[in-house]
Design a protein around this ligand. Structure first.
Ligand code: GLA
Length: 727
């Protein structure tokens, strides 16, 4: 619900259990007065305590009142150059060389439904109660107009924000920073949580107490990155999974981003999120508009668990699209870890054949099927079938796979090119490179300049041709390096600051075209594992390969961290061979199955190499997954323990259906000590008044949650899985 109280000039946004308030100050500044638990009413600007603060300047319109300064006012979209010395929301080069931006309220509108953003991914309002608030602000002295967009998705306790900047003047202006959201808090005794990490160690939660200064997470790699995720939480110091206030912010964007939390001199907090100002500028000609990507915010007064659950539901049902978003995805087998580049059609079919016998539903052929792609030195960019490996092309292979009763999927990396490729030999100028400077390679490859229409067209035409050449149900869309040498031959010097963002827009445009033309196609995002795991990609690809690290023990950490924002149904997770290629660790097949079943569930090995006993176990894993997939995909997710906590000797999680009638618990023993303490696991999310059957034994929901379930003593890396049903 969005309401305007004309007497107190407040705009109130409310979701099921939260209130967000802004107030139009007499000066026209749009103040931010509250975001938290739901309130019945009130003008929360009374929380602002006017005080004469030294070195906090006062604008002319407040006359000699030394207690009013932009430096101390909480704002919806902070100004720059006029006395607010905290993080600015927008920075600009105006035609006269000045940089000042100082926005004042002009008007607002409230509409039913949720706004969409041209060319950018965004949450949508279909099927839920959604409203949009648009507030127009104008710079006091220039013709720069800012439209603040707010989407209210009541059921998810979610408020989204986005920004449109319009040049209503007659001279061009250059934007050098455009935050998508600015959120001021009157206090600062918070912790903040970011998702850090590295390749093969994606999304490790980092929690720290705020101290005075600016704390940031960001990426300047051209993509959202393995190292930092576009997601940030501010929470009470004592917030836990089940208690305490948490404010989560996720950027619906896949490129360079900056998320920052500033703890001010007066112990207030400012959170901002948006495109990273690094090498960013955008030339706005008269009449043009720039749209900054969306930020999705969830407030929870019930701890981190509820915050995550709301993100999960909203992402699954109102960000992901297409027929697969809420359906069980095909249980797939991928040949990458089994063969790397060394395969041909017969090898793919032999893997598929073994897999079909145990119930796998789709064969995905990974990297190596095109051009002269026999290693990672060459071939990228040449999306024609390697006839030596696959005589006759994709169609005969797809037919052989279909004849086994399976779907067929394929790997691509459309944004890249190897110098050793026909494409590069024909168009060496199609890659990013700064004139006069040597190129920088990543995995022996260069990045195609997709901001150029002819390059984007080439990529799209090739993808279309590939998808039409055979019956292909699934595409794994990879992206295996960070961007460097970002300069486009297609843009003039004054527009080079736009290239990073235009690249992301071009990727979205290609994905959108495929979504429109091949609506049933399931695309799995990937970037050297989980290097581009963000809400932007999830709009086009409802699942993303979580990590190249398929070691079950390491995956516990990766999937745990990922779950702070992203739902399990988005996490590409496979059972692979042991010892694991990256960690050299051997974990039991059962454990690998339990861990992969907390994601999209699939296999990544050659099943021909398994014993008959192991194959029987795989068949059982698949048959079981078919009976409980909906609990994992659609249920609420609970982190029961943290794999990062030294004190815990096991990692446990569970999924519970919305009606609390079914649950699935997964648990892996991560450490085994001699003579261990008694392992008790307290469950969550069940109905205390109902009884549940756990592996044939009936317990009270209250007993399972308040007293716990006695676990067996397990060896290191052994796992248990409980499928629980109300009786
Ligand atoms: C990336 C992906 C892997 C695999 C390889 C192929 O690393 O994350 O899963 O597809 O590329 O080159």
């Amino acid at each position: 619900m969005i309401g305007f109280d004309a007497s107190q000039r407040t705009i109130n946004l409310s979701t099921r259990s939260t209130t967000y308030q802004m107030k139009i100050d007499p000066t026209g500044v749009l103040l931010h007065t509250y975001y938290g638990q739901k309130l019945r009413g009130g003008d929360l600007s009374r929380l602002i305590c006017p005080e004469d603060r030294g070195f906090s300047p006062n604008p002319d319109e407040v006359g000699l009142d030394r207690t009013w300064s932009l430096d101390t006012q909480p704002q919806e979209y902070s100004s720059s150059g006029v006395g607010d010395f905290r993080t600015p929301s927008l920075e600009v080069d105006l035609a006269d060389g000045s940089h000042t931006a100082d926005f004042r309220y002009v008007r607002h509108t409230i509409e039913e439904g949720k706004y969409a953003l041209e060319g950018l991914p965004a949450f949508y309002g279909e099927g839920v109660t959604a409203q949009t608030l648009t507030v127009e602000l104008r710079d006091r002295c220039s013709s720069l107009v800012v439209e603040l967009l707010y989407g209210v998705l009541e059921e998810y306790d979610m408020i989204t924000r986005a920004v449109r900047v319009r040049n209503d003047g007659s001279a061009p202006v250059r934007l050098t920073r455009v935050a998508s959201a600015c959120l001021d808090f009157p206090v600062g005794d918070h912790d903040f949580i970011t998702l850090g990490g590295a390749y093969a160690r994606e999304r490790e939660p980092v929690r720290a107490a705020l101290t005075q200064g600016i704390h940031t997470a960001g990426s300047v790699r051209g993509s959202s990155s393995h190292q930092q995720n576009p997601f940030l939480v501010l929470c009470d110091r004592d917030a836990t999974e089940d208690a305490g206030r948490c404010w989560g912010m996720a950027l619906v964007y896949s490129g360079n981003f900056l998320a920052s939390v500033e703890y001010t001199q007066f112990h207030e907090t400012r959170m901002t999120m948006g495109i990273h100002p690094f090498h960013f500028s955008w030339l706005l000609q008269p009449g043009e508009t720039f749209t900054a990507p969306e930020v999705a915010m969830v407030f929870s007064a019930r701890g981190l668990g509820y915050m995550s659950q709301m993100f999960h539901r909203a992402i699954r049902l109102n960000l992901c699209r297409g027929p697969w978003k809420d359906q069980r995805r095909p249980i797939l087998i991928n040949n990458w870890e089994a063969t790397l580049f060394n395969f041909d059609a017969d090898k793919i079919c032999s893997i598929a054949q073994a897999a079909s016998k145990v119930g796998v539903e789709m064969m995905v052929m990974d990297d190596g099927w095109f051009g002269q792609r026999n290693d990672d030195f060459g071939g990228l960019g040449d999306w024609n079938v390697n006839q030596e490996k696959l005589p006759g092309g994709l169609a005969p292979l797809a037919k052989r796979i279909h004849d086994l009763g399976m779907k067929f999927g394929i790997w691509v990396e459309p944004e890249m090119v190897n110098e050793n490729s026909d494409l590069y030999r024909a168009h060496p100028d199609w890659t990013f490179r700064v004139p006069g400077r040597p190129v920088t390679r990543g995995r022996y490859q260069l990045v195609l300049d997709l901001t150029r229409p002819e390059v984007k067209g080439y990529v799209l035409d090739n993808l279309r041709a590939m998808l039409k050449s055979a019956d292909i149900s699934y595409v794994k869309w990879d992206m295996n390096r960070s961007l460097t040498d970002v300069w486009s031959a297609g843009l003039p010097a004054e527009r080079q600051g736009e290239v990073y963002h235009r690249f992301v827009l071009a990727v979205y445009e290609i994905l959108e075209a495929l979504h429109q033309e091949f609506p049933d196609l399931l695309i799995e995002g990937c970037s050297g594992g989980g290097g581009r795991f963000d809400c932007g990609m999830l709009y086009y690809t409802p699942q993303i390969w979580c990590s190249d690290n398929t070691d079950a023990a390491d995956r516990l950490r990766i999937q745990y961290g990922t779950s702070f924002c992203y739902p399990c149904c988005a996490m590409g997770a496979h059972v692979s061979a042991v010892p694991n290629g990256l960690t050299h660790r051997a974990t039991p097949l059962h454990t690998r199955g339990v861990v992969a079943a907390a994601g999209t569930f699939g296999y990544e090995l050659d099943l021909n190499e398994l014993t008959a006993e192991e194959l029987k176990e795989v068949a059982e894993q698949i048959a079981a997954f078919r009976t409980y997939w909906d609990v994992v995909m659609r249920g609420d997710y609970y982190r029961l323990t943290s794999p990062f906590r030294q004190e815990d000797s096991y990692c446990a999680w569970m999924h519970v259906t919305a009606d609390k009638s079914r649950a699935v618990v997964g648990l892996v023993q991560t450490v085994r000590h001699a003579n261990p303490v008694r392992p008790l696991l307290r469950l969550k999310g069940l109905d205390p008044d109902r009884n549940y059957r756990v592996n044939g034994v009936v317990y009270g929901g209250d007993e399972l949650m308040y007293a716990g379930l006695a676990l067996p003593f397990l060896d290191q890396y052994q796992a248990v899985q409980y499928q629980i049903e109300a009786v």
